[in-house]
Design a protein around this ligand. Sequence first.
Ligand SMILES: NC(=O)c1ccc[n+]([C@@H]2O[C@H](COP(=O)([O-])OP(=O)(O)OC[C@H]3O[C@@H](n4cnc5c(N)ncnc54)[C@H](O)[C@@H]3O)[C@@H](O)[C@H]2O)c1
Ligand SMILES: N[C@@H](CCO)C(=O)O
Length: 807
Amino acid sequence: MKVLKFGGTSVGSADNIRKVREIVLQQKEDTIVVVSALGGVTDLILNAAKIASAGSGDFQPVLEEIKRRHKQTIADLFNGSGAMVYIAEELLDELEQILTGITLVGELTAKTLDRIAGIGERISSHLVAQVIPGAVRVDSAELIQTDSNFGKARVNFDATNRALKEQFCDFSGIAVMPGFIAKNAKGEFTTLGRGGSDYTAAIIAASLEVHSLEIWTDVDGFMTADPRIISKAYTIPELTYSEAMELSHFGAKVIYPPTILPVYQKGIPIRIKNTFKPKSEGTLILRTAKTPKERPIKGISSISGITLVTLQGIGMVGVTGISMRFFTALASVNVNVILISQASSENSISVAIGEQSVELAESAIREEFAKEIDAGLVSKIDIESDLSVVAIVGENMKQTTGIAGKLFSTMGKNGVNIIAIAQGASELNISWVVKTSELRKTLNVVHESFFLSENVELNVFLMGIGTVGSNLLQQLQKQQQKLLDEKHLKIKLAGVANTKKMAFKREGINLVSFREELDQSEIKSSLSGFINEMKSMNIYNSVFVDCTASEQVSTFYNEILGSNVSVVAANKVAASSAYDNYIGLKNMAKQKGVKFLFETNVGAGLPIINTLNDLVNSGDKVLKIEAVLSGTLNFIFNTISQETPLSETIKMAKDQGFSEPDPRVDLSGVDVARKILILARESGYPLEMEDIVINRFIPNEFFEGSLDDFWKNISQLDAGFEEKRKTLEAEDKKWRFVARFENGKANVGLQEVSSHHPFYDLEGSNNLVMYTTERYHESPMLIKGYGAGASVTAAGVFADLIRVSNI
Ligand SMILES: NC(=O)c1ccc[n+]([C@@H]2O[C@H](COP(=O)([O-])OP(=O)(O)OC[C@H]3O[C@@H](n4cnc5c(N)ncnc54)[C@H](O)[C@@H]3O)[C@@H](O)[C@H]2O)c1
Ligand SMILES: N[C@@H](CCO)C(=O)O
């Protein structure tokens, strides 16, 4: 035999009741069906009673709604005729008479309320019994006996078990019983309180020692987290009773914990099933549940609307009875305490309570500790609102080390501040308090790290979609699926901006149609607006990607890193800004547990900075760096010829995406100076830009006017360059713009190299770096390849993103 309980939504309409019938008829054994009232009916009855008790109020509209709900369902199921019509009418008349009585006396006692509160179940049980062929209705109120604590009556288990056993000793078939209602020894109606129908089902299941209790509801069972916030939350297949109780205490209102006590004591398994998806497995609750070793956490629960009340003062240290008085004061005004936290210093006690109880709690505590407050022994009662309590639950936590470590480091890395923590010695639950504004991020982060560790999400906020930025998006689009399939990395473009517009989408902007999304966006581009929106979206694992060349953008890195968002910069301005700023950004990243990466600042996609870091971190010392670091200049000097003059080569470098947005930055040597400065710093030398000697090969006046002036005037240099080029060619030499760092000093400038020089054969826009170090002494380490261009630079940014994701 088994017991099936159907909740209010499951019997909320004719269609739903037909679904219930189907489920019940599929059972292959004797079945007891316990039903709630039609969804919402009990609340309507209580409301009507409240209106009636006010004396002057008119309960009729509410009563009409109750009647309409039932009539409609009966009409749909029985074409509005048959015995059910009369049964419902009779019970609804009874309800009306009692409501009229309440109006007349203007008073509503708990006893009277219990006479009507269960009318919904009395009707629904008849309804369901009549719909299921062969089913009989059995009245729970005649079998479940309670005391006279109306509203939340206590069950007399001896009498109840006897009655139930007698009723069902030789029963076979299907019985339908109303949930929630019972009677006292005098035969007066009582009700079982919150979760009443579940409780009825559990009492019956335990008494008859059935092999299974099924709670049919409108969700798939216990989920790993609140599915309204975590779209990836999934049903937990198995839970122990204790885990289910812990999860139910917080947020997940699948069952009300005290109701499962009778079946828990008998070890009867409970299955939570979805009436609307009967094929899904649901959640099975048992004494010992299967838990995969790698999943010690079963679920995450949360409740919002929490206030933290803290009693603080040095006068509390070592004084016994303080906490007793504190909690007695709270209990005296019926304040439910959700979480307690006290540090061993005993200087303060904090409790998390529902925000609706704050005033009551505060005044009760003030009254209790009035003397201590006057004497200065209690310094303050601190009230912190708009908080949420989050808990991870799992019995296997007690056998696994590192759970708390993983939890709190994940929270820290994502910049979520933890306000209070509580963990019971049973290690079944770790609870902590966060600001409600951080709840979504908290749940995402924790869910990802404990349940979806096979899929890491990286949320990209991209600024600048010129040569490098747009190529990056193309590469991300091409690689997106592969990364997900093979590396379990989900990259989402959560925000993007050009100079005109910006767009944001938590679920990710389409990587093909991002331009259209930007065009359609109504948000005008603004740097601070972008950063603020990114911060307020507060998404975990976020990374800001700077593909502009803007100094202004770089001034925001500190704030961005400070908000626990990593920064990947193609933009070289920050890493070559004042040393204090550069080192400050690195420290900020370290402090916040995020990354500040800029591999493409030198040699585009070539692994120049990472290699240097590896050398230095493994104890090597950089003695000398010689390098060709400008893709643009190398391209110019490889392309310049009798037919293609200097001015033409500059345009070509620009068109091919090698040059800076303003090519004067390349031609002036500033770009190369920035690069050698960054390499010197990464080698451990605190150089400033002013320390780099720049030997220009183009006269200063060409850099003084506007960019337009530059383009107009630059051809004036063509003839002179051609003359020098011819001489150079005759001597079998080539121009290379070389950066040098040695003995703590750096310079950049044009050099004529002969054919035996390693830089001589450096083709196209290639770069070459030679590291002479203590280890690479006789023969320096060489890194050579494309040093500029859209695809290689975007690939370098992409590689930095992969580094941020730590896959
Ligand atoms: N092109 C390369 O080979 C290469 C190699 C390494 C590093 N980089 C660096 O990459 C960065 C981008 O270079 P690029 O070649 O793509 O230049 P680009 O001019 O093609 O693109 C830069 C884009 O940033 C946009 N932008 C500027 N300020 C902005 C703001 N405040 N908000 C939104 N958008 C803004 C510009 O409108 C432009 O579309 C530069 O810092 C450059 O030094 C480039
Ligand atoms: N403008 C740069 C881009 C790569 O940093 C160059 O030409 O080298």
